[in-house]
Write a new protein. Structure first.
Length: 420
Protein backbone atom coordinates (compact mmCIF):
# COMPACT_ATOMS: atom_id res chain seq x y z
CA UNK A 1 0.00 0.00 0.00
CA UNK A 2 1.40 3.36 -0.99
CA UNK A 3 0.13 6.85 -1.70
CA UNK A 4 1.19 7.52 -5.28
CA UNK A 5 -1.94 7.63 -7.40
CA UNK A 6 -3.39 9.28 -10.47
CA UNK A 7 -6.02 11.94 -9.99
CA UNK A 8 -7.41 13.20 -13.28
CA UNK A 9 -4.47 11.68 -15.13
CA UNK A 10 -1.95 13.47 -12.89
CA UNK A 11 0.36 11.44 -10.69
CA UNK A 12 -0.02 12.65 -7.11
CA UNK A 13 1.88 11.90 -3.95
CA UNK A 14 -0.89 11.94 -1.36
CA UNK A 15 -2.78 15.13 -2.29
CA UNK A 16 0.05 16.91 -4.07
CA UNK A 17 0.49 16.69 -7.85
CA UNK A 18 4.04 15.53 -8.52
CA UNK A 19 4.27 18.17 -11.26
CA UNK A 20 3.75 20.89 -8.64
CA UNK A 21 6.75 19.61 -6.70
CA UNK A 22 8.89 19.51 -9.84
CA UNK A 23 7.78 23.04 -10.73
CA UNK A 24 8.83 24.30 -7.30
CA UNK A 25 12.11 22.45 -6.70
CA UNK A 26 13.17 21.29 -10.15
CA UNK A 27 14.24 17.82 -11.27
CA UNK A 28 15.53 15.27 -10.55
CA UNK A 29 13.91 15.03 -7.15
CA UNK A 30 13.16 12.22 -4.72
CA UNK A 31 9.64 12.46 -3.33
CA UNK A 32 8.59 10.54 -0.20
CA UNK A 33 5.09 10.05 1.13
CA UNK A 34 4.75 10.65 4.86
CA UNK A 35 1.59 8.53 5.10
CA UNK A 36 3.27 5.59 3.38
CA UNK A 37 6.36 5.76 5.57
CA UNK A 38 4.24 5.91 8.69
CA UNK A 39 1.94 3.10 7.58
CA UNK A 40 4.81 0.84 6.60
CA UNK A 41 6.66 1.40 9.85
CA UNK A 42 3.52 0.81 11.90
CA UNK A 43 2.53 -2.28 9.90
CA UNK A 44 5.93 -3.84 10.45
CA UNK A 45 6.39 -2.82 14.06
CA UNK A 46 2.77 -3.60 14.90
CA UNK A 47 3.08 -7.11 13.46
CA UNK A 48 5.45 -7.88 16.34
CA UNK A 49 3.36 -5.95 18.83
CA UNK A 50 2.59 -8.98 20.97
CA UNK A 51 6.23 -9.95 21.59
CA UNK A 52 9.12 -8.09 23.20
CA UNK A 53 10.83 -6.49 20.26
CA UNK A 54 12.67 -3.50 18.92
CA UNK A 55 12.40 -2.34 15.31
CA UNK A 56 15.81 -0.97 14.36
CA UNK A 57 15.25 0.63 10.97
CA UNK A 58 18.18 -0.15 8.71
CA UNK A 59 19.16 3.39 7.86
CA UNK A 60 21.49 2.50 5.02
CA UNK A 61 18.35 2.13 2.92
CA UNK A 62 17.55 5.80 3.35
CA UNK A 63 19.35 7.87 5.94
CA UNK A 64 17.66 11.23 5.55
CA UNK A 65 17.17 12.81 8.97
CA UNK A 66 13.52 13.49 8.35
CA UNK A 67 12.83 9.78 7.94
CA UNK A 68 14.90 8.88 10.98
CA UNK A 69 13.03 11.42 13.08
CA UNK A 70 9.70 10.08 11.84
CA UNK A 71 10.53 6.49 12.83
CA UNK A 72 12.18 7.51 16.11
CA UNK A 73 8.98 9.35 16.96
CA UNK A 74 7.11 6.08 16.54
CA UNK A 75 9.39 4.21 18.92
CA UNK A 76 11.91 2.92 16.40
CA UNK A 77 15.63 2.50 16.80
CA UNK A 78 18.18 2.10 14.01
CA UNK A 79 20.67 -0.37 12.66
CA UNK A 80 23.90 1.46 11.79
CA UNK A 81 27.00 0.41 9.91
CA UNK A 82 29.31 3.40 10.27
CA UNK A 83 30.26 6.35 12.44
CA UNK A 84 28.56 8.56 9.88
CA UNK A 85 25.28 6.72 10.33
CA UNK A 86 25.62 7.01 14.10
CA UNK A 87 26.13 10.75 13.75
CA UNK A 88 23.07 11.11 11.54
CA UNK A 89 20.96 9.01 13.90
CA UNK A 90 21.94 10.96 17.01
CA UNK A 91 21.51 14.20 15.12
CA UNK A 92 17.97 13.16 14.17
CA UNK A 93 17.14 12.37 17.79
CA UNK A 94 17.31 8.56 17.77
CA UNK A 95 17.67 7.13 21.28
CA UNK A 96 21.19 5.58 21.55
CA UNK A 97 19.77 2.77 23.66
CA UNK A 98 17.91 1.67 20.51
CA UNK A 99 20.92 1.57 18.20
CA UNK A 100 22.62 -1.61 17.03
CA UNK A 101 25.89 -1.52 15.12
CA UNK A 102 26.58 -4.08 12.38
CA UNK A 103 29.29 -4.19 9.72
CA UNK A 104 32.42 -6.18 8.91
CA UNK A 105 34.82 -3.26 9.05
CA UNK A 106 34.14 -1.07 12.05
CA UNK A 107 37.09 1.29 12.45
CA UNK A 108 38.73 2.20 15.73
CA UNK A 109 37.12 5.62 15.71
CA UNK A 110 33.70 4.10 14.89
CA UNK A 111 34.02 1.79 17.90
CA UNK A 112 35.11 4.64 20.18
CA UNK A 113 32.30 6.89 19.03
CA UNK A 114 29.65 4.18 19.46
CA UNK A 115 31.00 3.23 22.88
CA UNK A 116 30.94 6.75 24.18
CA UNK A 117 27.42 7.15 22.76
CA UNK A 118 26.39 4.12 24.82
CA UNK A 119 24.57 2.29 22.02
CA UNK A 120 22.54 -0.82 22.74
CA UNK A 121 24.73 -3.44 21.08
CA UNK A 122 27.63 -4.14 18.74
CA UNK A 123 27.07 -6.98 16.30
CA UNK A 124 30.63 -8.30 16.17
CA UNK A 125 31.69 -9.84 12.88
CA UNK A 126 35.23 -11.15 13.46
CA UNK A 127 37.54 -12.40 16.22
CA UNK A 128 39.84 -9.41 15.66
CA UNK A 129 36.96 -6.98 16.00
CA UNK A 130 36.05 -8.60 19.31
CA UNK A 131 39.56 -8.03 20.63
CA UNK A 132 39.71 -4.48 19.35
CA UNK A 133 36.35 -3.63 20.89
CA UNK A 134 37.40 -5.15 24.20
CA UNK A 135 40.59 -3.08 24.19
CA UNK A 136 38.78 0.17 23.36
CA UNK A 137 36.13 -0.47 26.01
CA UNK A 138 38.73 -1.19 28.68
CA UNK A 139 40.64 1.96 27.82
CA UNK A 140 37.42 3.92 28.23
CA UNK A 141 36.46 2.09 31.41
CA UNK A 142 33.29 0.83 29.77
CA UNK A 143 31.69 -2.47 28.89
CA UNK A 144 30.51 -2.99 25.33
CA UNK A 145 27.29 -4.98 24.97
CA UNK A 146 27.83 -7.44 22.16
CA UNK A 147 26.19 -10.04 20.03
CA UNK A 148 28.10 -12.11 17.54
CA UNK A 149 26.80 -11.85 14.03
CA UNK A 150 26.46 -15.42 12.96
CA UNK A 151 26.62 -16.50 9.37
CA UNK A 152 23.98 -19.24 9.42
CA UNK A 153 24.73 -20.45 5.89
CA UNK A 154 21.18 -20.35 4.57
CA UNK A 155 20.31 -19.44 1.01
CA UNK A 156 18.12 -16.33 0.93
CA UNK A 157 17.32 -16.97 -2.76
CA UNK A 158 17.91 -13.40 -3.81
CA UNK A 159 20.36 -11.51 -6.05
CA UNK A 160 23.93 -12.73 -5.30
CA UNK A 161 25.11 -9.16 -4.60
CA UNK A 162 22.62 -8.79 -1.78
CA UNK A 163 22.78 -12.22 -0.18
CA UNK A 164 24.87 -12.13 2.94
CA UNK A 165 24.23 -15.27 4.97
CA UNK A 166 25.95 -17.89 2.82
CA UNK A 167 29.24 -19.32 3.96
CA UNK A 168 31.07 -17.79 0.99
CA UNK A 169 29.91 -14.30 2.00
CA UNK A 170 32.18 -11.99 3.99
CA UNK A 171 29.60 -11.36 6.71
CA UNK A 172 29.42 -12.76 10.19
CA UNK A 173 31.14 -15.74 11.77
CA UNK A 174 30.29 -19.41 11.13
CA UNK A 175 28.36 -21.17 13.91
CA UNK A 176 31.27 -23.32 15.14
CA UNK A 177 33.67 -20.40 15.32
CA UNK A 178 30.96 -18.22 16.87
CA UNK A 179 30.76 -20.62 19.81
CA UNK A 180 34.50 -20.31 20.36
CA UNK A 181 34.22 -16.53 20.16
CA UNK A 182 31.38 -16.43 22.68
CA UNK A 183 33.52 -18.45 25.03
CA UNK A 184 36.41 -16.08 24.44
CA UNK A 185 34.14 -13.09 25.02
CA UNK A 186 33.28 -14.30 28.51
CA UNK A 187 36.97 -13.99 29.42
CA UNK A 188 37.20 -10.38 28.26
CA UNK A 189 36.15 -7.80 30.78
CA UNK A 190 35.55 -5.00 28.28
CA UNK A 191 32.61 -6.80 26.72
CA UNK A 192 29.33 -8.22 27.91
CA UNK A 193 27.56 -10.88 25.84
CA UNK A 194 23.92 -9.94 25.43
CA UNK A 195 22.78 -11.25 22.06
CA UNK A 196 22.99 -13.27 18.90
CA UNK A 197 22.49 -11.71 15.50
CA UNK A 198 22.31 -12.50 11.81
CA UNK A 199 21.26 -10.92 8.56
CA UNK A 200 20.97 -13.28 5.63
CA UNK A 201 20.24 -11.01 2.71
CA UNK A 202 17.94 -8.47 1.19
CA UNK A 203 14.81 -8.45 -1.00
CA UNK A 204 13.68 -11.89 0.22
CA UNK A 205 10.32 -12.93 -1.14
CA UNK A 206 9.80 -16.00 1.04
CA UNK A 207 9.78 -16.44 4.79
CA UNK A 208 11.39 -19.88 4.89
CA UNK A 209 15.03 -18.66 4.80
CA UNK A 210 14.30 -16.39 7.81
CA UNK A 211 12.77 -19.30 9.67
CA UNK A 212 15.74 -21.54 8.79
CA UNK A 213 18.14 -18.89 10.09
CA UNK A 214 16.13 -18.52 13.28
CA UNK A 215 16.25 -22.30 13.82
CA UNK A 216 20.03 -22.17 13.58
CA UNK A 217 20.25 -19.26 16.00
CA UNK A 218 18.04 -21.10 18.48
CA UNK A 219 20.31 -24.15 18.30
CA UNK A 220 23.28 -21.91 18.93
CA UNK A 221 21.56 -20.25 21.89
CA UNK A 222 20.83 -23.70 23.34
CA UNK A 223 24.50 -24.63 23.05
CA UNK A 224 25.52 -21.36 24.66
CA UNK A 225 23.10 -21.98 27.53
CA UNK A 226 24.97 -25.23 28.26
CA UNK A 227 28.10 -23.11 28.58
CA UNK A 228 26.29 -20.78 30.98
CA UNK A 229 26.21 -18.00 28.44
CA UNK A 230 22.80 -16.43 28.39
CA UNK A 231 21.28 -14.35 25.63
CA UNK A 232 18.81 -11.48 25.94
CA UNK A 233 18.58 -10.18 22.38
CA UNK A 234 17.93 -12.13 19.23
CA UNK A 235 18.60 -9.95 16.20
CA UNK A 236 17.24 -11.37 12.96
CA UNK A 237 18.46 -8.56 10.70
CA UNK A 238 16.40 -7.19 7.84
CA UNK A 239 15.73 -8.41 4.35
CA UNK A 240 12.01 -8.60 3.76
CA UNK A 241 11.35 -7.85 0.09
CA UNK A 242 8.91 -5.56 -1.70
CA UNK A 243 7.08 -5.50 -5.01
CA UNK A 244 9.07 -3.75 -7.71
CA UNK A 245 7.48 -5.58 -10.63
CA UNK A 246 5.56 -8.82 -10.13
CA UNK A 247 7.19 -10.14 -6.95
CA UNK A 248 4.77 -11.28 -4.28
CA UNK A 249 6.63 -10.96 -1.00
CA UNK A 250 4.96 -11.99 2.24
CA UNK A 251 3.10 -9.27 4.12
CA UNK A 252 4.90 -8.18 7.31
CA UNK A 253 2.07 -9.85 9.24
CA UNK A 254 2.86 -13.20 7.63
CA UNK A 255 6.59 -12.69 8.12
CA UNK A 256 6.03 -11.84 11.79
CA UNK A 257 3.68 -14.78 12.22
CA UNK A 258 6.15 -17.30 10.81
CA UNK A 259 8.95 -15.91 12.96
CA UNK A 260 6.85 -15.85 16.11
CA UNK A 261 5.72 -19.42 15.51
CA UNK A 262 9.33 -20.58 15.27
CA UNK A 263 10.38 -18.38 18.17
CA UNK A 264 7.85 -19.95 20.54
CA UNK A 265 9.43 -18.27 23.54
CA UNK A 266 9.23 -14.91 25.19
CA UNK A 267 12.66 -15.25 26.70
CA UNK A 268 14.39 -12.94 24.24
CA UNK A 269 13.81 -9.46 22.94
CA UNK A 270 13.57 -9.76 19.20
CA UNK A 271 15.46 -7.14 17.20
CA UNK A 272 14.50 -6.55 13.58
CA UNK A 273 16.38 -4.43 11.08
CA UNK A 274 13.99 -3.72 8.21
CA UNK A 275 15.04 -1.21 5.60
CA UNK A 276 13.55 -1.66 2.14
CA UNK A 277 10.16 -2.91 3.30
CA UNK A 278 9.58 0.34 5.18
CA UNK A 279 10.87 2.91 2.70
CA UNK A 280 11.14 1.23 -0.71
CA UNK A 281 7.64 1.90 -1.97
CA UNK A 282 7.34 5.17 -0.07
CA UNK A 283 9.55 7.09 -2.49
CA UNK A 284 9.85 7.90 -6.18
CA UNK A 285 12.49 9.59 -8.28
CA UNK A 286 11.02 12.24 -10.55
CA UNK A 287 12.96 13.06 -13.67
CA UNK A 288 12.44 15.14 -16.79
CA UNK A 289 12.85 14.03 -20.38
CA UNK A 290 15.64 15.97 -22.09
CA UNK A 291 15.68 14.31 -25.49
CA UNK A 292 13.98 11.57 -27.43
CA UNK A 293 16.20 9.86 -29.94
CA UNK A 294 16.27 6.83 -32.16
CA UNK A 295 19.54 5.21 -32.95
CA UNK A 296 19.92 2.02 -34.98
CA UNK A 297 16.20 1.46 -34.62
CA UNK A 298 16.40 1.63 -30.85
CA UNK A 299 14.43 4.25 -28.99
CA UNK A 300 16.01 6.20 -26.18
CA UNK A 301 14.58 8.75 -23.84
CA UNK A 302 17.41 10.70 -22.29
CA UNK A 303 16.30 12.02 -18.91
CA UNK A 304 17.96 14.32 -16.38
CA UNK A 305 18.40 11.62 -13.70
CA UNK A 306 21.19 9.11 -14.07
CA UNK A 307 22.95 6.14 -12.52
CA UNK A 308 24.61 8.44 -9.98
CA UNK A 309 21.14 9.35 -8.66
CA UNK A 310 19.70 5.82 -8.72
CA UNK A 311 22.32 3.13 -9.04
CA UNK A 312 20.20 0.01 -8.66
CA UNK A 313 19.38 -0.59 -12.36
CA UNK A 314 23.04 -0.23 -13.39
CA UNK A 315 24.46 -2.15 -10.46
CA UNK A 316 22.03 -5.04 -10.15
CA UNK A 317 19.98 -4.84 -13.33
CA UNK A 318 17.17 -3.97 -10.92
CA UNK A 319 13.70 -3.28 -12.23
CA UNK A 320 11.93 -0.04 -11.32
CA UNK A 321 8.56 0.71 -12.88
CA UNK A 322 8.40 3.89 -14.96
CA UNK A 323 5.23 5.97 -14.88
CA UNK A 324 4.37 9.21 -16.62
CA UNK A 325 3.65 12.10 -14.28
CA UNK A 326 0.88 13.18 -16.67
CA UNK A 327 -0.84 10.33 -18.47
CA UNK A 328 -0.31 10.82 -22.17
CA UNK A 329 -2.88 9.32 -24.54
CA UNK A 330 -1.62 7.58 -27.62
CA UNK A 331 0.77 4.93 -28.69
CA UNK A 332 3.32 3.30 -26.46
CA UNK A 333 6.71 2.24 -27.68
CA UNK A 334 9.61 0.17 -26.47
CA UNK A 335 12.51 2.30 -25.27
CA UNK A 336 15.45 2.59 -22.93
CA UNK A 337 15.29 5.32 -20.33
CA UNK A 338 18.85 6.55 -19.99
CA UNK A 339 20.71 9.28 -18.13
CA UNK A 340 23.30 11.81 -19.28
CA UNK A 341 26.30 9.95 -17.82
CA UNK A 342 29.04 8.85 -20.15
CA UNK A 343 28.66 5.12 -19.60
CA UNK A 344 26.56 2.57 -21.46
CA UNK A 345 25.59 1.16 -18.09
CA UNK A 346 23.79 4.40 -17.29
CA UNK A 347 20.16 3.44 -17.61
CA UNK A 348 17.09 3.54 -15.42
CA UNK A 349 15.05 1.12 -17.53
CA UNK A 350 15.70 -1.03 -20.56
CA UNK A 351 13.37 -2.18 -23.34
CA UNK A 352 10.36 -0.81 -21.56
CA UNK A 353 6.97 -0.10 -23.08
CA UNK A 354 6.43 3.57 -22.31
CA UNK A 355 4.32 6.46 -23.52
CA UNK A 356 5.65 8.44 -26.46
CA UNK A 357 7.47 11.01 -24.37
CA UNK A 358 8.64 14.42 -25.46
CA UNK A 359 11.20 16.83 -24.01
CA UNK A 360 10.00 18.44 -20.76
CA UNK A 361 7.67 15.52 -19.95
CA UNK A 362 8.11 14.25 -16.41
CA UNK A 363 8.34 10.60 -15.47
CA UNK A 364 8.47 8.86 -12.11
CA UNK A 365 10.83 6.02 -11.35
CA UNK A 366 8.80 4.05 -8.85
CA UNK A 367 9.85 2.18 -5.68
CA UNK A 368 12.95 4.31 -5.32
CA UNK A 369 12.71 5.09 -1.61
CA UNK A 370 15.22 2.43 -0.54
CA UNK A 371 18.83 2.40 -1.69
CA UNK A 372 18.07 5.30 -4.01
CA UNK A 373 19.36 8.55 -2.61
CA UNK A 374 21.49 6.75 -0.03
CA UNK A 375 23.55 5.10 -2.78
CA UNK A 376 23.79 8.21 -4.93
CA UNK A 377 27.06 9.89 -5.81
CA UNK A 378 28.28 12.94 -7.66
CA UNK A 379 29.83 10.97 -10.52
CA UNK A 380 30.28 13.11 -13.64
CA UNK A 381 30.19 16.06 -11.20
CA UNK A 382 26.45 15.94 -10.94
CA UNK A 383 25.29 17.56 -7.70
CA UNK A 384 23.16 15.26 -5.54
CA UNK A 385 19.45 15.84 -6.02
CA UNK A 386 16.81 17.37 -3.80
CA UNK A 387 14.59 15.31 -1.48
CA UNK A 388 11.05 16.25 -0.55
CA UNK A 389 8.53 14.85 1.93
CA UNK A 390 4.81 15.15 1.28
CA UNK A 391 2.17 15.12 3.97
CA UNK A 392 -1.40 15.28 2.65
CA UNK A 393 -1.57 18.54 0.68
CA UNK A 394 1.75 19.96 1.93
CA UNK A 395 5.34 19.27 1.07
CA UNK A 396 8.71 20.32 2.39
CA UNK A 397 12.26 20.01 1.17
CA UNK A 398 14.10 17.59 3.44
CA UNK A 399 17.42 17.95 1.64
CA UNK A 400 18.29 20.79 -0.65
CA UNK A 401 19.75 20.17 -4.05
CA UNK A 402 23.53 20.33 -3.92
CA UNK A 403 25.21 23.20 -5.74
CA UNK A 404 28.27 23.32 -7.97
CA UNK A 405 30.10 24.91 -5.02
CA UNK A 406 29.30 21.79 -2.96
CA UNK A 407 31.10 19.74 -5.60
CA UNK A 408 34.48 21.32 -4.86
CA UNK A 409 33.98 21.80 -1.12
CA UNK A 410 37.05 20.51 0.68
CA UNK A 411 39.20 20.33 -2.42
CA UNK A 412 42.36 22.39 -2.74
CA UNK A 413 45.13 22.94 -5.23
CA UNK A 414 48.53 22.14 -3.65
CA UNK A 415 50.97 25.02 -3.43
CA UNK A 416 53.67 23.01 -5.23
CA UNK A 417 51.67 23.08 -8.44
CA UNK A 418 52.74 26.73 -8.64
CA UNK A 419 56.42 25.72 -8.74
CA UNK A 420 56.34 24.85 -12.44
N1 LIG B 1 20.70 -5.32 8.52
C1 LIG B 1 21.91 -5.49 7.95
C2 LIG B 1 23.03 -5.93 8.77
C3 LIG B 1 22.08 -5.26 6.58
O1 LIG B 1 23.26 -5.42 6.03
C4 LIG B 1 20.97 -4.83 5.80
C5 LIG B 1 21.12 -4.56 4.36
C6 LIG B 1 19.73 -4.64 6.44
C7 LIG B 1 19.64 -4.91 7.80
C8 LIG B 1 18.51 -4.15 5.73
O2 LIG B 1 18.08 -4.97 4.72
P1 LIG B 1 16.69 -4.69 3.98
O3 LIG B 1 15.59 -4.85 4.99
O4 LIG B 1 16.73 -3.32 3.43
O5 LIG B 1 16.65 -5.72 2.91
N2 LIG B 1 21.84 -1.94 -2.06
C9 LIG B 1 21.06 -3.14 -2.18
C10 LIG B 1 20.66 -3.69 -0.82
C11 LIG B 1 21.84 -3.93 0.08
C12 LIG B 1 21.41 -4.39 1.45
C13 LIG B 1 22.54 -4.39 2.39
N3 LIG B 1 22.22 -4.74 3.74
C14 LIG B 1 19.85 -2.86 -3.06
O6 LIG B 1 19.71 -1.73 -3.54
O7 LIG B 1 19.06 -3.76 -3.33
Amino acid sequence: MHHFHYKQNELCCEDVPVSAIAAKVGTPVYVYSHATLKQHFDAFDGAFGDVKHLTCYSMKSNSNKALLALFAGRGGGVDIVSGGELYRALNAGVDPSKIVFSGVGKSLSDLEYALSSNILMFNVESPQELLKLNRVAREKGRKARISIRVNPDVDPKTHPYISTGLKENKFGIGVEEAIRQYEKATTLNGVEVVGVSCHIGSQLTQTSPFVDALKKLKELIAQLAKMNISIRYLDLGGGLGITYDDEVPPHPKQYAQDIKTELASSEWTLILEPGRVIVGNAGILVTKVLYAKTSHEKNFFVVDAAMNDLMRPSLYGAYHAIQPVKKIPGERLKADIVGPICESGDFLAKDRLVETLAPEDLIAVMSAGAYGFSMSSTYNSRPRVCEVMVREDRFEIIRTRETFADLVRGESIPGFLGED
